[in-house]
Write a protein that binds this ligand. Structure first.
Ligand SMILES: [Zn+2]
Length: 249
């Protein structure tokens, strides 16, 4: 049996999504053969990981060096009171394995750096930027450029969120859109905001991995939670981008 074959239990498990027009068995098997790097194990990552696992992505590598604190529990839905003080990567791995035994989950408790990012991303099909941390985003972007991987980026602060897909070689990279890191890190956050933006990242990832194609490449989608509206603006590849211009003739 190859890794792509779906067992009867998996066919039942995914029946609701396999009944969708444009999804079906072929897309489900593509999903099963996919590996995703999720950078971060906080609020965005909790939401992304639960949806990617529950829908049958074959393998997930989740990387985060931090431990669960009490103020994480208002928005990081993977964790419980009993997890306080424990490694997020370790707890997340255990909880996600409970969710879907047909997928491989690997939690790595480490800081993503220029020394390990290539190794972490090397055999993945897609990168999720769930760090809410600008310097880390640029490291992920370097790997996306190196391996020409889609990088689904999201960011949340207070009642605002943004999400977009970078795909070096096919569309803009993160440095095309944001040549310089934005200043400051606001820690005020209402729980559902990372949940919403993480769910959008998961939906976009499923579209790409399942073969429907990206919806957010070249589109920076922003959600204002205080006004309950979405708006967007275009993002273009920058021919002078210092990070990705070599990919273009
Ligand atoms: Zn670029």
């Amino acid at each position: 049996m190859t890794i792509n074959n779906l067992s009867p239990a998996e066919v039942t498990r995914y029946a609701r999504q396999m009944a969708l027009d444009g999804w079906g068995r072929e897309a489900q098997e593509k999903l099963k053969s996919s590996r995703v790097l999720i950078a971060g194990a906080g609020g965005l990552a909790s939401s992304v990981a639960v949806y990617l696992l529950s829908t049958g992505v074959g393998a997930i590598r989740m990387v985060d060096q931090s431990r669960v604190t009490l103020s994480d529990l208002n928005h990081q839905i993977l964790y419980r009171e009993r997890d306080l003080g424990k490694s997020k990567a370790t707890v997340a791995e255990r909880r996600l394995k409970d969710l879907n035994p047909f997928s491989l989950v690997e939690g790595q408790s480490k800081t993503i750096s220029e020394h390990n990012i290539s190794r972490l991303a090397a055999n993945c099909n897609l990168i999720i930027d769930a760090m809410n941390n600008a310097p880390a985003g640029y490291l992920l972007n370097q790997a996306a450029v190196k391996f020409r991987l889609p990088l689904i980026h999201a960011w949340v602060w207070e009642m605002d969120g943004r999400v977009t897909t970078f795909w070096p070689g096919q569309g803009p990279c993160l440095a095309c859109a944001f040549p310089e890191a934005s200043n400051g890190h606001k820690s005020a956050l209402l729980g559902p905001m990372p949940g919403i933006m993480g769910a959008l990242q998961a939906l976009e990832a499923l579209r790409i991995l399942g073969g429907m194609g990206p919806a957010l490449m070249g589109r920076l989608m922003m959600f204002k939670g205080d006004q309950f509206n979405f708006h967007e603006k275009p993002v273009k590849a920058n021919p002078q981008c210092l990070v990705c211009r070599r990919l273009y003739p």
